[in-house]
Design a protein around this ligand. Structure first.
Ligand code: BGC
Ligand code: BGC
Length: 954
């Protein structure tokens, strides 16, 4: 595996031998002669710092001519050389000799890379010359540490890809250089020394010195933390769409799929931003693929770098979930035989949400070569075959290029700007091709030399309410002001450390589950708008064109709980989206001749229904009528459910007073008008006929128990909310009564519906009948369902599935979960036994497994819960459903958090506040996570111990 190191690169001073002491003495002598103050502490600060810079620091700003400076440097060096001549092989630092022998035995080559110009002398005196695979010193490169050039030079000289080389360093600048070079490292020395580097890059493996070190420790230092990294060790073009989804990165403002910067045949490169919708046929509206910020062409001696060309000699890509950074290392041989090492690192800045940052390192490995980098903003993008942008103008200003575009139908203005800098040579040349402004860098690299290109790109949109057509461009340009890649990276580390402090979930005893949960929470976090409360998370987040960016009940029932409990501010933004789209919901109700507000099954910018009416069938041969937008009505109650959950967990009365109550009450009016009164044999009952419940294999059904019970609960809740408002905020209550026409007659009608709505729940047996007549449909042997390798809807056909007792996803079982403590064991057991065997767990809806995991915990069946949990956990990472390429299964991602929090940990909010009831699968050892209850931060930490659980904190 690529995680095992193939070479080691040592710094010299302080690592192999302690020349720091000699430096000290030489500087001290010079300082004394010049009457300058110089202490050991000053010397400590000079570790790894080149000679000229050291002298400048020693001079503390004192003006000295260039000639005098040169003379002083020469003198210091002469003193130092004298001291060096006293070095012998016994001056190797403790542990070095043994470590080098271990490396020799393991046939792992090693090199020394030191900024010192005397490195050769020292190595000779230490007797190491013949054992080194390479020796590079300060004269090898122009840019010294902390720049990555020297270490990449050494790696190339050793003929190893940078990421396969471990750097051992005692200086902070050296560690920074190694990390910047894309290399794993081991820091030597006191923790204090590396605080600043760790601030920028995160934790670095460290020990005091090399005493007693074993080779295994070096391998361990190089290993990416398996709990935080999604690693791809090989590029397989047949999985590229799946991997593009997995490697999606973003910041809540925009997300980009993990396509390659340089492109690849048939890739699905995509950058989406919240709210940037444009019209389209059939699905009505969709998020528009933004002009691409990654746009990059690299030519090596004229050959275009792409993985389908030339030869890929090594490849590794990983997503660092901890800091939301995507990195790729490639050693590539051009068709003409030129070998280069390329490292790509990119992230969407969480601290500066308009900005994306990309860094590319190119090192000439086999020979000197000409490099051309052409990179800018690519406006020639489409959603499949559909063009959404009209390009208005492009240009160059303040060292940046910019593009001004407008969506063709919705008229949203986009301003994008890009600033490109290169580590060598002249500033870039600009090419202003229509719709694609770019910066071009041309450079000749000597063998082993590195070119570094940093690119910062920003987006601004008129739907962010920037006034006027020109303003978006200025805003985009402004966003880049005074930013540098390194600063953005440090800010990224800090922002994500803070995010994870709120949101992380620890699972011990199961590495796969641990990584999967973090991955999915990561995918939700990058999709959650930080500041915009007019958008929400779509069923495929911003990671793919599946469902066109539309928002479903997935958000409220599956995704929101995670945010409600960990980042209520972000949850509130998403609930506010429903508030802002109430007018759309009112239009939908009116169009259907109902009262109040009826939420769209699929919702976009305005809240109007955007579910396609027809879509192509599985085989693409015919069009299939989609009824969800017409009759999958439970979403309206699902939204109310989320609001109540938000309110009870956060205690955010202001939200409830100003927005939540209006939503709950106006949507209650919808239910009041939707419920049909039927009088039969002197019996009054209300029915909800012709609906689709969560189980979409069955449409046009009557009295789906999930829908009816949710509607009943909704009306009950509306009455309670109104009573609360009356008591606490009578003015608001009066205003709402007036505006929503909440007369006593209407409330009385609601009570009547509550009392008489049909709930297919047999209290005798506990059985809930999913909808009227469900058990009269054709019985399907559960074994057939368990054994299927395709969706049961494909196996039986749409009509066949509709006529059968086979279900797509949790329906009754979901209802049990949502009101888990309201149902007795008999009801749980009966419905569990009835519905679990006839559910299409694997190929039905991806929304099923996470709820089944939770439900299994309620049934005290943790190992079975685990099977369902893993089915959800693997949906995106292993593409078990074969459609991960379309985008992240966001509901399943949120459902995983619920399965752990509500299921395995058994967190619930009761009358007396939160409580825990753990139920772990056999091999889980610990579950820990934080949440906020009524403004107060709480921690759950459950450790399995002696057949029971120790709940460390609550
Ligand atoms: C599921 C729905 C879900 C939709 C979007 C469908 O396959 O059956 O419940 O809302 O996908 O994720
Ligand atoms: C989903 C529906 C959705 C429809 C159209 C189906 O696959 O199951 O929930 O409304 O696609 O987007």
């Amino acid at each position: 595996m690529a995680e095992l190191i193939k070479a080691v690169i040592f710094d010299l001073d302080g690592v192999i031998t302690d020349t720091a002491e000699y430096h000290y003495r030489a500087w001290k002598r010079l300082a004394d002669e010049e009457g300058l103050a110089f202490t050991r502490e000053d010397n400590e600060a000079l570790r790894g710092v080149p000679r000229r810079e050291s002298l400048l620091r020693l001079l503390k700003g004192q003006p000295v001519s260039e000639a005098a400076m040169q003379a002083m440097m020469d003198r210091k060096n002469a003193y130092y050389q004298d001291l060096l001549n006293q070095i012998t092989p016994t001056d190797l630092l403790p542990g070095v000799s043994s470590l080098l022998s271990q490396l020799d035995t393991a046939a792992i080559p090693y090199a020394v890379a030191s900024a010192s110009h005397n490195a050769g002398t020292v190595i000779d005196r230490l007797g190491l010359r013949d054992r080194l695979g390479a020796l590079v010193d300060g004269s090898s490169v122009t840019r010294q540490k902390p720049f990555p050039d020297l270490f990449r030079y050494a790696a190339a000289l050793l003929d190893r890809a940078p990421f396969e080389c471990l750097v051992v360093e005692d200086a902070a600048a050296g560690i920074e250089a190694a990390l910047a070079a894309g290399m794993p490292c081991l820091a030597l020395g006191p923790a204090q020394r590396f605080v600043e580097v760790e601030r920028q890059f995160g934790p670095v493996p460290r020990r005091e010195n090399l005493s007693n070190i074993r080779l295994e420790e070096l391998h361990a230092a190089a290993r990416l933390n398996p709990g935080w990294h999604i690693i791809q060790a090989r590029f397989e073009p047949e999985h590229q769409h799946h991997m593009e989804t997995v490697f999606t990165t973003g910041n809540g403002y925009f997300c980009s799929r993990g396509s390659f910067e340089e492109g690849h045949p048939d890739d699905h490169a995509l950058t989406l931003a919240h709210g940037v919708f444009d019209d389209m046929p059939i699905s009505i509206t969709e998020l528009a693929n933004l002009p691409g910020w990654l746009d990059l062409t690299i030519r090596i001696d004229g050959a275009t770098f792409r993985l389908d060309q030339g030869q890929v000699l090594s490849f590794r890509r990983y997503l660092d979930l901890r800091h939301a950074i995507l990195r790729r290392d490639v050693r590539w041989q051009s068709p003409q035989g030129v070998v280069v090492d390329l490292t790509f690192e990119r992230f969407a800045s969480y601290a500066h949400e308009h900005v994306g940052a990309l860094r590319v390192l190119i090192t000439a490995v086999s020979q000197p070569c000409q490099i051309e980098v052409n990179t800018g903003i690519d406006g020639h993008v489409a959603n499949g075959d559909l063009l959404h942008w009209r390009h208005l103008d492009q240009g160059e200003a303040d060292g940046a290029i910019w593009l001004h575009s407008r969506t063709r139908h919705s008229g949203i203005e986009l301003g994008a700007a890009a600033a490109v800098t290169a580590s060598r040579g002249l500033p870039p040349e600009y090419q202003l091709c229509p719709g694609q402004p770019a910066a071009v860098i041309r450079e000749t690299l000597g063998r082993y030399e590195t070119l570094q290109v940093d690119k910062l790109v920003s987006y601004a949109f008129s739907c962010d309410r920037v006034e006027g057509p020109a303003a978006v461009v200025q805003r985009a340009l402004l966003e880049l002001n005074n930013l540098t890649y390194n600063e953005l990276r440090a800010a990224q580390t800090a922002a994500w450390d803070a995010l994870w402090a709120d949101c992380d979930m620890v699972i011990e005893g199961d590495a796969e589950a641990q990584l999967a949960i973090r991955f999915h929470l990561f995918q939700l976090l990058i999709a959650a708008a930080q500041r915009n409360d007019r958008v929400s998370i779509g069923a495929k987040t911003l990671s793919g064109l599946g469902y066109r960016g539309h928002v479903f009940w997935d958000t409220e029932i599956f995704i929101l709980p995670f945010f409600i409990y960990t980042r209520p501010d972000l949850a509130r933004n998403m609930l506010m989206y429903r508030y802002h789209t109430l007018p759309g919901a009112r239009r939908k109700a009116a169009a259907n001749e109902f009262e109040g507000a009826q939420y769209a099954w699929e919702s976009a910018a305005t809240g109007d229904e955007v579910t396609p009416t027809w879509v192509p069938s599985f085989d693409g041969k015919e069009l299939v009528r989609i009824w969800t937008g017409d009759i999958e009505i439970h979403i309206t109650a699902d939204i109310a459910y989320a609001i109540l959950q938000y309110w009870s967990v956060t205690g955010d009365d202001a939200f409830m007073r100003d927005y939540g109550a209006e939503i709950v009450l106006d949507t209650a009016r919808f239910w009041g008008s939707r419920a049909e009164l039927e009088e039969q044999d002197g019996c009054r009952r209300y029915a909800l006929r012709d609906v689709i419940g969560p189980d979409e294999y069955h449409d046009h059904v009557d009295n789906n128990v999930f829908t009816n019970r949710m509607a009943q609960w909704h009306l009950q809740t509306a009455l309670k909310v109104l009573a609360w408002l009356d008591a606490r905020h009578p003015d608001q209550a009066a205003a709402l009564r007036q505006r929503l026409d909440l007369t006593e007659t209407r409330l009385e009608h609601w009570r009547d519906v509550i009392a008489h709505i049909i709930i297919n729940h047999d209290l005798e047996t506990g059985l809930m009948v999913q909808f009227d007549g469900f058990f009269e449909r054709t019985y399907i042997d559960p074994q057939i369902i368990a054994d299927t390798d395709r969706s049961m809807q494909v196996v039986l056909g749409i009509e066949g599935a509709n006529d059968s007792q086979v279900i797509k996803q949790a329906d009754v079982i979901m209802l049990l979960c949502l009101f888990r403590d309201a149902y007795d064991h008999k009801t749980w057991q009966k419905n569990w036994d009835t519905y679990m065997p006839i559910t299409d767990h694997k190929y039905g809806s991806s929304l099923g497994p996470s709820f089944h995991a939770w439900a299994a915990c309620e049934m005290s069946r943790p190992n079975e819960a685990y099977q369902h949990f893993m089915l959800a956990a693997q949906a995106d990472l292993y593409d078990v459903r074969g459609n991960a390429g379309d985008g992240i299964h966001a509901a399943s991602a949120g459902g995983l958090w619920q399965a752990v929090a509500f299921g395995f940990a058994g967190l619930r909010i009761g009358e007396h506040g939160p409580s825990i009831r753990p139920c772990f699968p056999d091999h889980w050892q610990r579950v820990a996570f934080g949440y906020i209850y009524q403004g107060e931060r709480r921690a759950v930490d459950i450790v399995k111990e002696g057949g029971g659980y120790r709940i460390v904190s609550e």
